[in-house]
Design a protein around this ligand. Structure first.
Ligand code: 13P
Length: 276
């Protein structure tokens, strides 16, 4: 099995290319721009989650300056599943990671159980899993917290041993994803959610795991809001949709957060602080 050798500097910014660009030629141009941006902004890690057909060539062309990954894998490993791509195929094409559980895949039928199987398959194939979860909408009663917790724990339920360390969490509230209104979460609300996610991880795993796991935010991230979301929201980076398809807006995000570290208090310290 291939090894997950590539190190990841924080902040981590992954562009989710979704169904774009339209041609291989355009994908090569965009990948070249990402490579240039990686050379220019050296205090962070850039990744691109690209359509399957581009993975192999873009992995070669980006020369390990960027992470290159897919956007989903099959829940199956082999057999009569026309149109599917198995995690082993993606990994052997050179992918460093795959997105899994994205709301746009859940909307096409991915259940929590399927997502959990895929997370495990991705890790067992030697890649990192960028595991997306998030509520469809926020209700005043706070039920969205239960939805987030259920999705999170379900997606991680098939992991064994140290698998969790190869998971990158991507909290993506669906109401903020791909919207024309371009409304992202407020940094304050994100910070509350990050505390909740780390608390949930601490209960399932341990404090050291909860502190270590990378948490990205996705949903209308852009050059104007990236800095405040990263710092005040206390996330480790972004999974960016539309703004990652264009060099100027991708660069705007990178420039605003390059080399800037969020201040991380361990959960224990945070708890003590809150109790005072
Ligand atoms: P937008 O940044 O276009 O809202 O999309 C976010 C997303 O879906 C990242 O996976």
């Amino acid at each position: 099995m291939k090894k997950r050798t590539q190190s990841i500097k924080s902040p981590l910014v992954i562009g989710n290319w979704k169904l774009s660009p339209a041609t291989f030629e355009e994908a090569i141009i965009r990948a070249k721009e990402y490579t240039q941006l990686s050379k220019k902004y050296t205090k962070l890690t850039i990744g691109a989650a690209v359509p399957f057909v581009f993975v192999s060539e873009l992995k070669k062309r980006t020369k390990n300056l960027c992470l290159v990954g897919g956007q989903d894998v099959s829940v199956n490993t082999e057999g009569a599943y026309t149109g599917d791509v198995a995690s082993s195929m993606l990994s052997s094409a050179g992918a460093d990671f795959s997105i899994v559980g994205h709301s746009e895949r859940r909307a096409s039928g991915d259940t929590d159980t399927a997502v959990a199987t895929k997370v495990k398959l991705i890790i067992d194939s030697g890649m990192r899993a960028v595991f997306c979860f998030g509520e469809n909408e926020r209700d005043e009663g706070g039920d969205y917290l239960n939805i987030v917790k259920t999705q999170l724990l379900a997606g991680l339920s098939k992991l064994e041993g140290r698998d969790i360390l190869n998971v990158i969490l991507a909290y993506e509230p669906v109401w903020a994803v791909g919207r024309k209104s371009n409304i992202a979460i407020t940094p304050h609300d994100l910070h509350q959610m990050v505390i909740f996610i780390r608390k949930t991880l601490r209960e399932k795993f341990s404090t050291s795991v909860a502190d270590k796991v990378t948490i990205l935010y996705g949903g209308s991230a852009n050059p104007e809001n990236a800095e405040s979301i990263l710092f005040e929201g206390e996330v480790d980076g972004f999974l960016v949709g539309r703004a990652s398809w264009n060099k100027e807006s991708m660069e705007g995000i990178l420039k605003s957060i390059n080399g800037k570290k969020k201040i991380v208090l361990s959960l224990k310290k945070k708890d003590k602080k809150r109790r005072k």
